[in-house]
Design a protein around this ligand. Structure first.
Ligand code: GLN
Length: 507
């Protein structure tokens, strides 16, 4: 088997046994990136020299019998929302074009200590706002299963690079579905851990009470491997949980007998594609055959998930993105006429040269969706509207979380679709923000409740597009999420299918 076709678990084992060197492994993925990224646009930066230098160093240390980290030589791609000292961090925004963070995100530092090899930074929706990757300032990503379709978002580059064999593992972030939805649309496996399980330090903030980092890979077993490195307490993130990290890989191979899985009848509402519904039903049948029992559960406030999320996330974003003012961080507009004028003579009615610089920098640096969110959030937080919108959304969020906790009294997991349709066409929803927001119907509840969720392929449509299945679990039940997904993958081979374009896509 070629290295680019191997799982992360197998690659790490092959590297350890000396069946393959880190340089050979890294070269294979870099060559694949070179051949296909021109078409897929999954990467915003590729660090060929850095990756090969690091791989050579790992090989030398292995040869010398020196101790190596748990992921020694494994190529990993990083969503461009994670701070890296050796590569730019742009959040796919003109605002941060060329930005070099002075420190590594906690997950990046952990992966580095584990001797992973970073091949590059992946494309995404600008500041992680979007569900199709079309909000990137550097062009959309194409879905490797059908180049005319979106890979999902916002971690679209991370999903497409794994689906397209450009990296065995990518790190994503999930605020309202951004790991699980693109994983579902690209036929890979993605885990959004419990809020606080993985440190957010060095993750450029979108909506801080919802943001969570997680692994995206071909299988649950690969995600478990990565979780052992990236999870854990970080004193630098006050919301990270001081809870021991389980040996996720050791907990995988357990039967599902006695595991109770909830099914939400409302998930089968109007708008759910019949082929997706069929795939989801078949996934429940596989889990049942593996010994799990399936029970109907209610999430009575789930219908308020989208409005609640689209108030809380923009409110937090409007506050988090205030820092991009042209002075502290990011793009600064060229001094305009107004900068030299007396305050009383400001061009275009700006109150002062400073205000003009702020306004022009933000107008030039942010794309339309980011501006829309900032305006929505600023409006909802403004005096007079705060109670009616933001405070109310927080109360509904509390009810949504309670729904989950109540449901988890009678079931161990909740299963269902990841998104209502398979991958949609590029451009199909770009003129209709509301249609794009509705894509997040099945994923935002997990974030609002602060629990964990995993998405993995459970079938394909007749036209050959992957269908995703989602499992959600109570706080910190990642071992069970991974175990159930892994059991499913031992019984099915959907996650082993590769896009037809593999090997054929040319730059
Ligand atoms: N699609 C959602 C949004 O646009 C989720 C994004 C995310 O999880 N980062 O906000």
């Amino acid at each position: 088997m070629q290295p680019i076709e191997m799982s992360a678990v197998d690659l790490v084992a092959a590297l350890r046994q000396g069946d393959i060197t880190a340089v050979q492994c890294t070269t294979a993925f870099l060559d694949r990136i070179e051949a296909t990224n021109g078409t897929i646009n999954a990467f915003l930066a590729v660090d060929r020299d850095g990756a090969l230098t690091r791989a050579a160093d790992i090989d030398a240390r292995r040869k010398a019998g020196k101790p190596l980290g748990a992921l020694a030589g494994l190529p990993v791609a990083l969503k461009d929302v994670l701070c890296t000292t050796d590569m730019p961090t742009t959040c796919a925004s003109k605002m941060l074009q060329g930005f070099r963070p002075p420190y590594d995100a906690d997950v990046v530092a952990r992966l580095r200590n584990a001797d992973a090899v970073f091949v590059g930074k992946t494309n995404m929706d600008e500041f992680a706002m979007g569900g199709s990757n079309e909000n990137s300032a550097f062009g959309p990503v194409r879905n490797p299963w059908d180049l005319s379709r979106a890979p999902g978002g916002s971690s679209g580059g991370s999903a497409a690079c794994v689906a397209g064999d450009m990296a065995p593992v990518a790190i994503g972030s999930d605020t309202g579905g951004s790991i699980r939805q693109p994983a579902g649309l690209c036929g890979i496996t993605g885990l959004k851990p419990t809020y606080g399980r993985v440190s957010r330090r060095g993750l450029v903030a979108f909506a801080s009470s919802l943001d969570q980092i997680g692994p995206m890979a071909r299988s649950a077993a690969d995600c478990a491997l990565i979780m052992e490195t990236i999870a854990g307490h970080d004193p630098g993130d006050s919301t990270s949980l001081a809870v021991d990290v389980p040996r996720y890989t050791d907990l995988l191979d357990k039967p599902l007998a006695g595991v109770r899985i909830g099914r939400v009848p409302e998930h089968y509402a109007e708008g759910l594609d019949p082929e997706v519904a069929k795939g989801v039903d078949e996934a429940f049948a596989v889990l049942k055959a593996a010994g799990a029992t399936v029970h109907d559960v209610k999430l009575p406030h789930a219908k308020y998930g989208i409005p609640t999320y689209y108030l809380i996330a923009p409110c937090e974003a409007s506050s988090n993105l205030a820092r991009y003012d042209g002075a502290h961080y990011g793009h600064r507009a060229e001094p305009g006429k107004g900068h030299r004028a007396e305050p009383s003579q400001q061009a275009d009615g700006f109150e002062s040269p400073l205000v003009e610089m702020y306004c022009r920098s933000r107008a030039e640096g942010f794309g339309p969706e980011v501006k829309r969110r900032i305006m929505l959030g600023t409006y909802a937080l403004s005096a007079g509207y705060y109670d009616a919108y933001y405070a109310k959304a927080l109360r509904v969020r509390r009810l949504i979380r309670q729904d989950y906790l109540d449901a988890f009294q009678s079931v161990d997991l909740i299963g269902g679709p990841v998104s209502a349709t398979p991958a949609f066409k590029l451009g199909e929803k770009t003129d209709d923000p509301l249609a794009m927001y509705l894509v997040d119907l099945y994923t935002v509840g997990t974030n609002l409740a602060g629990v964990g969720g995993i998405s993995f392929p459970c079938g394909f449509t007749k036209s050959g597009l992957p269908i995703g299945f989602q499992l959600q679990a109570p706080p910190l039940a990642e071992p069970l999420l991974l175990q159930a997904a892994d059991r499913f993958q031992r019984l099915t081979d959907w996650h082993r299918r590769r896009p037809k374009t593999t090997g054929e896509v040319k730059a």
